[in-house]
Design a binder for this molecule. Structure first.
Ligand code: XIL
Length: 322
């Protein structure tokens, strides 16, 4: 695929797919997912998060994450792993404990060693720190930041490098796809923080949860990726791509779908043009399994397959771009 290492789709653990509109959708979904002509890579949307992997202090559970890791292996796909240190979907104990800095340092090291160590050698890349930035580009006031400041970011990357020396280590966030955004400045600050400390960071992951009616241009993506690459990271990836549309999209609204197609094409074209861009991951591919309607109620139809398994115009748009 035109210089990219992969084009993939994230998927959830089948037990969590509660919104399948009809029973046959599971087998159709699984067939599209498995098809190597469609996807060469996957990411578990939930199963490797702290909530699932370390639900009680020091008690690890890899069941959910293993389902998708196993699917990746059985379907021959590259596995991107997601996410080691994140403020959301944390196990409740992490937020209710009264931490001393030393105790939280130890907890972060144990978590990263336990989880990245478990999947050692199987992850092409790890999202080591996820969403450390607030909307204004300053650090998010998470439990990690409140106790340790930006030191927690360094700790997490150091621990990940020790636990899985072969995995590419990424900083991952949303809203860091435009060159002049305050969050892009924040992401660059994080890359520099690690580089200046001599700590390994291999990649920046742009989640790219985009809006069809206000999306970055192709040049935005190119300039942003070049700016990250200029700081010395080897790789950039689009890690959670979806392009939400303001509902209703009935009947399949052509204007909105055309904006969406353009948005997907800009991502694909930009990734082809920038040498450091290694790949693109959709945040699932089938609209009924998208997280968007749950979190952004007036939005939907963000992926490439409609509920009835017909394809969005963006599908052909992406194929044409490659
Ligand atoms: C989302 C999942 O897709 C949902 O199923 C879950 O309920 C919430 O998290 N940024 C991230 C992802 O890094 O982990 C999030 O995934 C979407 C936003």
């Amino acid at each position: 695929k035109a210089g990219l290492k992969y084009f993939g789709a994230a998927t959830d653990t089948p037990g969590f797919r509660e919104r399948a509109p009809f029973p046959q959708s599971y087998s159709k979904y699984d067939a599209i997912f498995a098809d190597p002509k469609e996807f060469g890579q996957t990411t578990p949307t939930n199963g490797q998060k702290w909530l699932f992997t370390e639900p009680e202090p020091g008690v690890f559970n890899f069941t959910e994450g293993e389902v998708v890791a196993g699917l990746a292996a059985s379907t021959g796909k590259i596995l991107r792993c997601h996410a080691l240190v994140w403020h959301s979907q944390l196990a409740p104990w992490v937020e209710t404990t009264e931490w001393t800095p030393d105790a939280l340092r130890a907890a972060i090291k144990r978590h990263v060693a336990g989880v990245a160590g478990h999947w050692k050698g199987r992850c092409y890349a790890w999202d080591v720190v996820n969403e450390a930035l607030d909307e204004d580009g300053t650090y998010r006031k998470s439990v990690f930041y409140n106790v340790l400041g930006d030191e927690y970011i360094k700790l997490a990357f150091q621990a990940a490098a020790e636990a899985d020396p072969g995995a590419k280590l990424y900083y991952n966030d949303y809203g860091i796809e435009r060159p002049a955004s305050v969050k892009t400045a924040g992401a660059k600050r994080i890359v520099k923080l690690l580089k200046d400390a001599g700590i390994r960071i291999d990649g920046v992951g742009m989640q790219a949860h985009l809006h069809a009616d206000n999306h970055p241009t192709m040049q935005d993506h190119v300039d942003t990726m070049e700016a990250y690459a200029a700081l010395g990271v080897q790789e950039i990836a689009f890690t959670e791509l979806d392009v939400r549309i303001k509902v209703p999209v009935t009947p399949k609204n052509e204007t909105k779908l055309a904006w969406q197609k353009e948005s997907y094409q800009f991502v694909a074209e930009a990734c082809v043009r920038v040498k450091a861009c290694v790949g693109i991951t959709l945040w699932d591919f089938y609209d009924p399994f998208s997280w968007i309607p749950d979190v952004f109620p007036d939005n939907g139809s963000a992926l490439l397959w409609f509920e009835d398994f017909t394809k969005h115009p963006a599908y052909d748009g992406i194929i044409d771009t490659f």
